[in-house]
Structure formats: structure tokens, C-alpha cells
Design a protein around this ligand. Structure first.
Ligand SMILES: Nc1ncnc2c1ncn2[C@@H]1O[C@H](COP(=O)(O)OP(=O)(O)OP(=O)(O)O)[C@@H](O)[C@H]1O
Ligand SMILES: [Mg+2]
Length: 360
């Protein structure tokens, strides 16, 4: 603002509003502030044709690259260009028409044609009488903010893409693993058919069941939204249905009380094999000689995940714990691998309760 402009504006302001403040005497502190502030500002006069700029402060001239004489007397729309959002322009026009204030970001053009994002705060200034006197527009170059937002968006997009590629890859691998597991299962079935010794054949079929449990894990991982998340509850539902279904028995009831308990895929195989051993044991040992019964599985997730598998079968013989079987050593190894606590409680003719606690 040159001195002539400033004193004209001050004069007019005094004429309209009276003395600003007798405290400041001759000095007009407001025009001094407007002259020196870093905040770009313009004043337009809506009583003149096309609401032209009557005052622009030095910060505005610095931001736009124009000389004062190039902006004075012109409507602010010279800052707009082909990239400016037409809807935003319409909103500004509507605010001006309605004599309302508005805050809006616009893509504006400098004199040299370069663009910047302008955070515009436009306010009508009314005289005491209520008539519209000026529009006062404070503006701020917020291009940097937009650049950062765009950068963040681009980085996010790149991450999403990378993740999508990785997920596809994992699903593809899962698919192949599942096919291989099916192949292994088929080979075990074929080979077991040629084994005359019943106990060796039974061991082969136990192995078959373990391989099938792995197949269920892979199917679950493949189906879940994220291949790295594994919900124990979903798995238990599948496993128990598969294993009980395979016995062909209708006198074994199943009670499931399953809260969703998501673990990382890393742990899924070990948890699945452990549960397979526990449920297989029930079906093999608890309901012998046509004894009917109930299998109850409870999954609860808090700071730890607690899985309880209970049956009301014959209970474990006392000698069982002392025996060293493959099943037992497999369960011990898996529990250690998971850092899980595994406790077994059993009473003759009352059944068996196995509790597995995983830290989350
Ligand atoms: N739910 C159960 N009800 C009754 N007895 C059980 C139960 N679970 C295990 N047992 C007893 O504990 C023994 C040990 O179980 P474990 O799983 O270690 O071996 P297995 O099932 O006999 O053989 P493997 O698992 O090696 O094929 C079993 O032989 C059985 O007598
Ligand atoms: Mg067993």
C-alpha cells in the first residue's frame, strides 16, 4: 500500500465508521499492520462496477507476482484459470451475492502463469447502517499443504498397490500349498491301502488327518480377507465339523462357544495341529464302545486367547500321561513353539478337559 492509498482508505474508513480510536491519535495502526503483515489481503468495493480491488497489500502482490497498478481496479477473478474448480468459483460468487463470508481453497494463477492453492477468507464489511461497504479478503498460499496431501495420497496408493500384489502372491502360494497337501493326502490314502498291519495303517491314517488339518488351515487363510490373519473360531468350526462328520456317528453332540480370536498366520499351523490332536484324541479315545457324548469347544479372546476343549467321555487312563506317544510329543513341541500353556485335566468316566492359553 503506498501512502496515498493508505491515507485514502483511512480517510474513507473514518468517514464511514468515525474515528477508529482516539487512543492512537494521528497514527492509523491498522493500515500499518496491513502494510507489513505477511498475510496477503485485498479490499474490494462492491459499490463500484464489477466489485474491483481498491486495495491490495504488499504480501498479496508478493504472492501473486503482480504490480499494484495491475491489480487495482480489477475484479479478483483474474487470479482464476482453467484449473480452478468451477464449483468453488460458483460458491464464492454466491457468497458475494448474498453478502456472506466464506472460507474456501481455490487454485489460483500467478502473473507468470504458475499455480498456487489460495486459502481465501472473504468477509463483507457492513457500515453501522447495515449497508455493504467493502469485501475484505485475507488469503494464504497453502500449496505446500496440498503438495504434502498429494504426496501422502500417492504414497498410500503405492502402498495399497504393493499390498495387493503381495496378497495375491500369498493367495497364489496358499493355493499351491493346498494342492500339494491334497496330493500328499491322496498318496497316504493309496499307500495305507497296501499296508496289511492294522496299527501301522491306523498311524498312516492319523498322519492323513494331520495333513487334512493343514489343508483346512490353508483353505481358511486363502478365504480370509488378509492372508496374514487367521481366526481360530472359524477354524474350530471347520475342524470339528470335518472330524466328527468323518466318524459317521450321530451320537456325538457338538457345543461350540466361539468368540472371534485372530492370530497371525505364522502361528496358524501350530494352533491347527494342536487342536487337531486334541479333537482327534476325543474321537479316538473318549467315546469308545458306542458311548455317546458331547464335545464342547470354547474360544475366548482377551489379552490372552483361551481355548478349552472338553468331552464327557471315559476320561484318560492314569497310565496315559506316562506313556510317550507321538501325539503327546507333537503336542508338547507345538505348545512350546507357540509359547502356549497347555493343561490337561481328566477324571475316569467324567471326561477330559484340555485348556490351551496363547498370549495374544
Ligand atoms: N479325550 C480323551 N479321552 C480319553 N482318553 C484320552 C483322551 N485324550 C487322550 N487320551 C488318552 O491319552 C493317551 C495319549 O494320547 P496321545 O494323543 O498322546 O496318544 P494316542 O492318541 O494314543 O496316539 P497318537 O496321538 O500318537 O496317534 C491315549 O492313548 C488315550 O488313552
Ligand atoms: Mg492322539
Amino acid at each position: 500500500m503506498d501512502n496515498a492509498d493508505a491515507s485514502r482508505l483511512a480517510e474513507r474508513t473514518r468517514a464511514e465508521f468515525g474515528e477508529i480510536d482516539p487512543l492512537f491519535g494521528e497514527i492509523d495502526p491498522f493500515s500499518a499492520i496491513i502494510r507489513t503483515t505477511q498475510l496477503p489481503m485485498v479490499v474490494t468495493d462492491p459499490r463500484r462496477h464489477d466489485n474491483p480491488i481498491v486495495f491490495a497489500n504488499p504480501a498479496f502482490l508478493r504472492m501473486t507476482g503482480y504490480e499494484r497498478f495491475e491489480v487495482t481496479g480489477r475484479n479478483c477473478r483474474f487470479l482464476q484459470g482453467p484449473g480452478t474448480c468451477p464449483k468453488s468459483i460458483a460458491r464464492v460468487r454466491e457468497a458475494v451475492r448474498a453478502e456472506r463470508s466464506i472460507e474456501i481453497d481455490l487454485l489460483n494463477y500467478r502473473k507468470d502463469g504458475s499455480t498456487f492453492y489460495n486459502a481465501l477468507h472473504l468477509n463483507p464489511v457492513h457500515a453501522k447502517s447495515g449497508t455493504l461497504q467493502f469485501y475484505f479478503a485475507a488469503q494464504l498460499d497453502v500449496t505446500e499443504r496440498y503438495r504434502l496431501i498429494r504426496e501422502r495420497e500417492a504414497a498410500n496408493e503405492a502402498l495399497q498397490e504393493a499390498l495387493a500384489v503381495k496378497t495375491t502372491l500369498i493367495h497364489e502360494i496358499d493355493h499351491r500349498v493346498k494342492n500339494n497337501l491334497q496330493m500328499i493326502a491322496a498318496m497316504i490314502v493309496l499307500q495305507s491301502q497296501r499296508i496289511p498291519d492294522p496299527s501301522t495303517r491306523a498311524s498312516m491314517l492319523d498322519t492323513l488327518q494331520r495333513v487334512e488339518a493343514l489343508g483346512t488351515v490353508h483353505r481358511r487363510l486363502h478365504q480370509s480377507e488378509s492372508a496374514s490373519r487367521f481366526d481360530i473360531a472359524d477354524f474350530v468350526r471347520d475342524l470339528v465339523a470335518d472330524l466328527v462328520g468323518a466318524t459317521g456317528r450321530s451320537d456325538i453332540r457338538v457345543e461350540l462357544d466361539l468368540a472371534s480370536a485372530v492370530i497371525h498366520a505364522d502361528k496358524s499351523v501350530a494352533v491347527a495341529l494342536l487342536l487337531n490332536e486334541i479333537v482327534t484324541n476325543i474321537l479316538k479315545h473318549a467315546f469308545t464302545e458306542g458311548r455317546p457324548g458331547t464335545i464342547a469347544v470354547q474360544v475366548a479372546a482377551g489379552s490372552e486367547i483361551r481355548i478349552v476343549v472338553e468331552d464327557d467321555g471315559i476320561g484318560m487312563p492314569e497310565a496315559a500321561e506316562a506313556r510317550s506317544t507321538f501325539g503327546q510329543s507333537l503336542m508338547g513341541t507345538l505348545a512350546r513353539q507357540l509359547g502356549a500353556r497347555l493343561t490337561v485335566a481328566s477324571a475316569p468316566r467324567k471326561g477330559t478337559r484340555v485348556e490351551l492359553i496363547l498370549s495374544g
